[in-house]
Design a protein around this ligand. Structure first.
Ligand SMILES: NC(=O)c1ccc[n+]([C@@H]2O[C@H](COP(=O)([O-])OP(=O)(O)OC[C@H]3O[C@@H](n4cnc5c(N)ncnc54)[C@H](OP(=O)(O)O)[C@@H]3O)[C@@H](O)[C@H]2O)c1
Length: 261
């Protein structure tokens, strides 16, 4: 099995779920891992698993000023970064098409601007690596328009375009830009989902898919295939998605608010 070794890696969103599983997995192979999230205590707890290989950098990726300060702390922890995995993220569904702009902003702050802030602080340190990698965690939900996912899916779709643009802009320099798109993973983010989650995976299985994809030099890491292939197909045949599948999934029966189930 492919393994990443002897690298200096910054992982955001590392206090739980996918990011935590990835940090623990990568800490095994003499990698030096810098872990971030807002909750310092859970990061310190995580550090206990591999004290020599894990360092804590608590920060709110959606807070521009705090990220400038975090960038200074990052530079005091390491003089270079070989890899960054921007995993921090959040999900808020728009139930009943409320179009609550504050909710959309919170989601975009973490899922989109959080990644921009992360790259902004990481880029000078990535420049000191021979084969730098910048990876960010999007979602398979951005392949087609899911009901209730107006904010979440849009933030992940915007992330996809951002990563493509960065890839284009760095196509003459050696920055590997990676878009990771998981399906459903059993984490705190999904525990309140009240619908069937097909092909639900453990965070550990997700971390394995991510490490394998990164080690193989992939630019897009979609998993599980059983979900990504049908979704890509439906993303191509969009009318099938909107005529057959979306009507079965939406909870909205009328545009009058009181009638929303
Ligand atoms: N679970 C899934 O089915 C699934 C599917 C596709 C994509 N994803 C994506 O995978 C990523 C990880 O999600 P997960 O499922 O592992 O959820 P999770 O267990 O809730 O983890 C989210 C992580 O992000 C951190 N975080 C959230 N907002 C932050 C902020 N503003 N600044 C810094 N850290 C922040 C959280 O820590 P703090 O709260 O302590 O800050 C936590 O460490 C997310 O980007 C998510 O959108 C998840």
């Amino acid at each position: 099995m492919a393994a990443i070794r002897d690298k200096t890696i910054w992982i955001t969103g590392a206090s739980s779920g996918i990011g935590k599983a990835l940090a623990l997995r990568l800490a095994r192979n003499n990698n030096f891992i810098i872990v971030s999230s807002r909750g310092r205590d859970s990061l310190l707890e995580l550090q206990k698993a591999a004290p020599k290989h894990i360092r804590v950098l608590d920060c709110d990726v959606g807070d521009d000023a705090a990220m400038e300060e975090a960038g200074d702390r990052l530079a005091s922890l390491t003089d270079h970064l070989d890899m960054v995995v921007a995993c921090a993220g959040t999900c808020e569904y728009d139930d009943g098409l409320t179009l609550d702009v504050e909710s959309y902003r919170r989601v975009f702050d973490a899922n989109f601007f959080g990644v921009v802030n992360t790259l902004r602080q990481a880029l000078p340190l990535l420049a000191h690596s021979k084969k730098p990698v910048f990876a960010a965690v999007g979602s398979l939900s951005s392949v087609v328009g899911f009901p209730r996912a107006e904010a979440y899916g849009a933030s992940k779709a915007a992330l996809g375009y951002f990563l493509d643009s960065v890839r284009a802009d760095t196509s003459r320099v050696c920055l590997q830009v990676v878009h990771i798109r998981p399906g459903f993973i059993d984490t705190p983010l999904t525990e309140s989902n009240d619908f069937d989650m097909p092909f639900l995976m453990t965070p550990e299985a997700a971390a394995e898919c991510i490490e394998n994809g990164l080690e193989r030099g992939k630019h897009v890491i979609d998993f599980p295939r059983r979900l990504s292939w049908p979704l890509r197909f439906l993303g191509f045949f969009r009318s099938l998605w909107f005529r057959v599948f979306a009507p079965r999934m939406t909870r909205i029966r009328t545009l009058r608010k009181s009638s929303c189930a």
